[in-house]
Design a protein around this ligand. Structure first.
Ligand code: MF3
Ligand code: CO
Length: 265
């Protein structure tokens, strides 16, 4: 089906900022609870409650039948992990927490990968470099550049470490729908694909693997795992593109306060 890019005005931008703020607060609330022994269903509950406390609705719940409010993806789960009864965090795990909130007709959607207790050094580096690949991509996500420039940046940044780039899933435009045009893939060629323009809102979300890039979907129709069962990291930022520059509306600042780190956005 032909879909066109939906450009936003200043009033839409303001609503997108508010939706992204709900996600920022929610991820920080979930961050406070991340430690060994915590049930994944509890994290989902905390997340859903926080979203609703802000008079927003979890974007994911019911989306194409998705049953939870958060995607909680542990270790070899790349994305779209469904929290289930009997799932608990263990020391040394990593968990990608992906959250979406719908407020005033617009979606916020972003994600962060957390360490649970002490993680192995190669896994810690995977997380750090995946986050850095996102920051590098944000630098080129400005009006006049293309989605190919973004993908190329992610791919070449993590390529130096021999990591895998998941190709089957991409970032996306976002607005009144959670997934709008353009697709924002984590691979590509410079100066190809849709061009970024004033009025766009996009999510960039590198999904990077410690081993090979190959993945499979579980029978639940959602859970995406690495074939070699090596861990994957996933960070997602949401930004608005304007002629005056790009504004990252998905701040990690509140998460940083919980973790005791200083985050760029
Ligand atoms: N946050 C995911 C994305 O960026 C979407 C989650 S899928 C859902 O595309 F089904 F959980 F909503
Ligand atoms: Co997304």
């Amino acid at each position: 089906m032909f879909r066109r890019i939906k450009y936003k005005n200043e009033a839409d931008f303001e609503k997108l900022r508010q939706s992204a703020h709900v996600v920022a607060v929610t991820l920080a609330e979930v961050a406070k609870c991340i430690k060994p022994g915590v049930p994944l269903l509890y994290l989902d509950q905390i997340g859903e409650q926080c979203i609703r406390d802000h008079h927003a609705v979890p974007s994911f719940k019911g989306y194409e039948g998705y049953p939870a409010s958060l995607c909680l993806s542990v270790n070899d789960v790349v994305v779209h992990g469904i929290p289930k009864q009997g799932d608990y965090l263990t020391d040394g795990d990593i968990i990608s927490v992906d959250c979406g909130a719908l407020l005033n007709g617009f979606h916020g959607d972003f994600a962060y990968t957390f360490a649970v207790g002490e993680v192995a050094e190669d896994v810690r580096l995977l997380m750090e470099r995946t986050k850095q690949s996102l920051n590098e991509a944000i630098k080129v996500a400005v009006a006049g550049k293309t989605v190919g420039d973004i993908g190329y940046t992610v791919e070449s940044y993590v390529g130096q470490f021999n990591y895998g780039v998941v190709r089957e899933l991409c970032g996306h435009g976002i607005g009144r729908d959670m997934h709008e045009r353009p697709d924002v893939c984590n691979y590509g060629r410079p100066n190809t694909g849709d061009r970024l323009q004033h009025g766009m809102c996009i999510c960039i979300e590198p999904m990077i693997t410690l081993g090979k890039r190959n993945i499979y979907m579980e029978n639940d129709g959602w859970t995406i795992r690495t074939k070699d069962h090596k861990p994957a990291a996933h960070y997602e930022h949401q930004m608005i593109i304007t002629d005056k520059g790009t504004e990252v509306i998905s701040s990690y600042k509140l998460i940083g306060e919980v973790l005791g780190t200083t985050e760029l956005y």
